[in-house]
Design a protein around this ligand. Structure first.
Ligand SMILES: [Zn+2]
Length: 413
C-alpha cells in the first residue's frame, strides 16, 4: 500500500452508501434509470461532491458529465476515468457507480496528499449505460466515440413518452460541448467484475485485457400448422421440433469449441402456441460470444451450417438474420501494463482477465487508449439488488486506479 497518496476506504464506502440512498429500493438496491428524477438527483449529488473537491464540472450535448481536477499544464489532454450512475430497474449500489465514485475518491485522495499532476484528471459520468428507459444502451459513450449521432440519441423516445432531448433539458444536463471536442490521454474504468472469477481465485484486482465479441442471430423456422390429432407423425412440418434440434446441435458446437465460447438461446417464440396445433413457426435468438473475432466467425458459420442442415432434413424453411455484431475490443497494451504494474507495486494479488459484459470503456477505446480495472463482487452477482462488494477490495481498486492515473498524468509536485 502506497502511504504517500492513500485513498480513504471509509470515505469511498460512505459515498457509495450515500449514493445508494438515491432511488433506494426495499431490498438494498437502487432504481435510477437514465435521466429519471432519481438519476437527476444522483447526478446532482455527484456534481456537488465534485465541486466541493475543487473540480470544474461540464456537460456535453448528450449529458455526459466531466468533472475536471486541473493539472499544472492545461494544454495537456486529460487523463480520464469514470463509468455510469444509472442503474437497472432492480439494480445494485455498485455496478457503474463504483467506477464513478472511485474516480472521485482519487481526486479527494490527491487533494488530501496535496499532489498536483501535470495533466488534468477528468472523472466522467456516461449517460444511459443501461438502456432501460431509452435506447441505445451505452448511449453517452457511443455518442462520445462517434458510434451514434447526437441527433439519433436526442430523438430517442423514453418509456415515459418524452424525448431524450426533453429529458436532458428538464434535468439541466443538456450541455453545449460536442462529442469529439474533448481529447483524452487515456481512459481507465474501474468496475465490479459482475462475475465469479476474482472471488473464486482469491484475487483482488482483475487487469482487463479485452472485452469479448458479441453476435446476435435471429432464426426463423417455418413449417406448417396442422391438427394434432389427425396428422400422422411422418407427415408433419413441425417448426418447434426442428428448432429444438437446432438448439441442441448449436449448443453442442459451443461446448466442443473451447472454454471461452458462450451460447445462449434465451428468447423463444412459437406460433400459434396452442395445445392442439402443430407449431408452424418458431423464432429464437442465438446470443454468441467469444474473445477472438476469428473463432466467433468460425462458430457462427458452423452453427448456421448445422441449422440449415437440420431444416433441410426436417422439411422446414429457415431464415437467419444477424441482429447485432460487436467485435471483441482489445485494450491498449501500455495502459494495461500500467494497471498491472500499479497493482503489483501496491502488493495486490491480480490476474489478467477478459470482460464478459459490455462497458462504456469499449466505446471509449475507439478514440483513446483505454483499460479497465475489475474488483471482486459477492457471489459474482450483479443486476440484482443484493449486489455487494468488500470495502477493502473497493479501496484496492481505487488505489490501483490512483497509481495508474498519476503514472499517466505525471506528478508536478
Ligand atoms: Zn456497469
Amino acid at each position: 500500500m502506497n502511504a504517500e497518496m492513500p485513498v480513504n476506504a471509509d470515505r469511498l464506502w460512505r459515498s457509495l452508501m450515500d449514493m445508494g440512498q438515491v432511488g433506494a429500493l426495499p431490498h438494498g438496491g437502487c432504481c435510477r434509470t437514465a435521466l429519471s428524477a432519481e438519476d437527476k438527483a444522483g447526478r446532482d449529488l455527484f456534481v456537488r461532491w465534485c465541486r466541493e473537491a475543487g473540480c470544474e464540472v461540464e456537460f456535453d450535448v448528450v449529458g455526459n458529465i466531466f468533472a475536471r481536477r486541473p493539472g499544472r499544464d492545461p494544454a495537456r489532454a486529460a487523463v480520464a476515468t469514470g463509468s455510469h450512475l444509472d442503474t437497472q430497474p432492480h439494480g445494485g449500489k455498485f455496478d457503474g457507480i463504483y467506477g464513478v465514485l472511485a474516480g472521485l475518491e482519487v481526486v479527494r485522495a490527491l487533494n488530501d496528499a496535496r499532489i498536483r499532476t501535470e495533466a488534468p484528471i477528468d472523472v466522467v459520468v456516461w449517460t444511459n449505460e443501461e438502456g432501460v428507459r431509452f435506447g441505445p444502451p451505452l448511449a453517452g459513450s457511443s455518442a462520445f466515440a462517434g458510434v451514434v449521432d447526437v441527433e439519433q440519441v436526442h430523438a430517442g423516445m423514453t418509456l415515459d413518452g418524452t424525448t431524450v432531448r426533453d429529458d436532458l433539458e428538464a434535468t439541466g444536463y443538456l450541455g453545449r460541448e460536442q462529442p469529439g471536442e474533448r481529447r483524452f490521454d487515456c481512459f481507465v474504468e474501474a468496475h465490479i467484475e459482475q462475475g465469479p472469477i476474482l472471488e473464486a481465485e482469491r484475487k483482488t484486482i482483475g487487469v482487463v485485457t479485452l472485452v469479448q465479441g458479441l453476435r446476435w442471430l435471429r432464426v426463423t423456422v417455418t413449417g406448417m400448422d396442422g391438427h394434432a390429432g389427425t396428422t400422422p407423425m411422418d407427415r408433419r412440418r413441425d417448426a418447434l421440433l426442428a428448432a429444438a434440434e437446432m438448439v441442441l446441435a448449436i449448443n453442442r458446437i459451443a461446448r466442443e469449441a473451447d472454454e471461452w465460447a458462450r451460447l445462449t438461446n434465451g428468447k423463444f417464440e412459437i406460433e400459434p402456441n396452442s395445445g392442439a396445433t402443430i407449431p408452424g413457426r418458431a423464432v429464437f435468438i442465438c446470443d454468441l460470444r467469444h474473445p477472438e473475432a476469428a473463432t466467433l466467425d468460425a462458430l457462427d458459420r458452423r452453427m448456421q451450417e448445422a441449422m440449415r442442415g437440420i431444416a433441410q432434413a426436417a422439411g422446414v424453411d429457415i431464415e437467419i438474420e444477424r441482429l447485432m455484431n460487436k467485435p471483441p475490443v482489445q485494450f491498449e497494451p501500455k495502459v494495461v501494463e500500467t494497471i498491472r504494474q500499479s497493482a503489483r507495486q501496491l502488493g495486490y494479488a491480480s490476474i489478467d482477465m477478459l470482460s464478459g459484459a459490455g462497458h462504456d470503456a469499449m466505446n471509449v477505446a475507439r478514440v483513446a487508449p483505454t483499460g479497465m480495472i475489475f474488483v471482486p463482487c459477492k457471489d459474482g452477482l450483479s443486476h440484482n439488488e443484493a449486489e455487494s462488494a468488500e470495502p477493502e477490495h473497493l479501496a484496492a481498486g481505487a488505489q490501483t486506479l490512483l497509481q495508474t492515473l498519476v503514472a499517466r498524468a505525471g506528478r508536478a509536485t
